[in-house]
Unconditional design. Structure first.
Length: 420
């Protein structure tokens, strides 16, 4: 279960109510019309779980039991969400196969990761919605060469693709008889983690993706029934204060939450940093930091720097780990003995609460999301929560939440420069 609270001053006036009602109608219409498809993935993606279960018996390489590693070749929306969920669930020791992420064009990173894998125990999943992402295709070619993959013969079972139906990557898979899963046309990359993009690799990794989808489905159903008013209020607060408090900091109190913050940064930045219908540049800049580490770096800026930021705390109530600080007293540093015998679970959450209180006392707008514990159901809920929040703020800012013309411009220039 997720718990939500806020410490910022928001009064739902008639003006705010009108803004919230309009935004809710916009995304309700998106949902009902089928124009935007991520709202329905919580039910529609169940078919991928069944497909993977079947594949585990029909794919000769998978059914042999030799596969222990899965190479995910994708970038941005084709990797960040998977990585966020994997980091959280794997931190509890769950899963039967390890995911390895090939995301960047960094040659050292690619070489190191390939060197750690063995062909006989690895399959690859190539993910690109457009089918022509240059980082993805370049890394895939490198993997083919490194492992001497013969896609005309048995190695075709060592590769899967996830892409739009009819894309260049889809046609490649058809040509070689490679298993492919398709992303719905009405689901954008950064909103796609609950589609085949995330469900296929996470199911292959051995995670409970049914619980992941059920947790998201329960939350999105509750939202459209009008039972999650706090999301509307938070979206309205961001919209109303987007010029004065133009930065939102996600302060995540667990190392396993770090990749969730990276997923949030892409979702928020790429969806909301736009030109609105009045030709104004708008948006709320996302920043992700980790507690308690960044209490010793970024906190000074938050408290005494420009008051242009809001802060969202994400924490875990029960880490399900009873590691305690030993009852040891060390000469000259006895002042820290007050924490002896206390659990690290207690310590990190006390640090979170103290940091939050320091920001409130400094006049910073703060809200909180607390996992009672980490499990697939809770993770599904927080994924859909942030996707809904993003759509609501986009509707209020009157931008196209689902395109990314700024990103496309960079791709055009890259192709032009290489082709001379």
């Amino acid at each position: 279960m997720l718990h939500f609270s806020r410490d910022f001053n928001f009064k739902a006036t008639s003006h705010h109510s009108a803004i919230m009602e309009t935004a809710f109608k916009v995304i309700s219409d998106e949902h009902k019309s089928g124009k935007i498809g991520y709202y329905s993935l919580t039910k529609n993606s169940l078919i991928h779980i069944d497909a993977v279960d079947k594949l585990l018996h029909t794919n000769t390489i998978l059914s042999s039991g030799a596969i222990t590693d899965i190479g995910i070749i994708g970038i941005g929306g084709s990797s960040l969400g998977i990585k966020a969920i994997d980091s959280l669930v794997s931190s509890k020791g769950a899963g039967t196969r390890k995911l390895h992420f090939f995301e960047n064009s960094d040659p050292i990173d690619i070489s190191k990761k390939l060197a750690k894998l063995q062909k006989k125990s690895t399959i690859f999943i190539v993910i690109s919605k457009s089918g022509g992402t240059i980082e993805t295709t370049s890394i895939f070619k490198t993997a083919i060469e490194h492992f001497d993959l013969d896609l005309e013969k048995e190695d075709k079972e060592r590769v899967m693709v996830i892409t739009d139906k009819g894309s260049a990557l889809s046609e490649f898979a058809d040509h070689y008889g490679i298993t492919q899963f398709n992303i719905p046309d009405n689901v954008g990359g950064r909103f796609s983690v609950l589609s085949a993009v995330g469900i296929v690799p996470l199911t292959l990794a051995g995670y409970d993706t049914k619980a992941l989808l059920d947790g998201a489905d329960s939350f999105v159903t509750s939202f459209f029934k009008g039972e999650e008013k706090h999301i509307l209020e938070k979206a309205c607060f961001y919209y109303e204060n987007s010029k004065e408090q133009s930065i939102n900091v996600l302060f995540s109190y667990a190392n396993s939450l770090e990749n969730l913050t990276k997923w949030y940064v892409q979702l928020w930045g790429e969806s909301l940093g736009k030109i609105d219908k009045f030709q104004n540049s708008v948006g709320v800049t996302p920043i992700g930091i980790i507690g308690a580490v960044d209490q010793h770096s970024f906190l000074q800026l938050l408290i005494e720097g420009p008051k242009d930021k809001t802060v969202t705390f994400i924490s875990i109530e029960d880490f399900e780990n009873d590691l305690k600080v030993p009852d040891i007293s060390l000469k000259h540093i006895e002042k820290t003995d007050f924490i002896n015998t206390k659990s690290f679970n207690t310590l990190i959450n006390a640090q979170c609460e103290a940091t939050k209180e320091s920001l409130i006392q400094s006049g910073i707008s703060v809200d909180s999301i607390v996992f009672d514990k980490i499990n697939e159901s809770n993770i599904g809920a927080v994924i859909i929560y942030y996707e809904l929040l993003t759509s609501l703020v986009g509707a209020m800012l009157q931008v196209n939440t689902y395109d990314q013309p700024g990103v496309e411009l960079g791709k055009v220039i890259l192709y032009k420069n290489f082709q001379g």
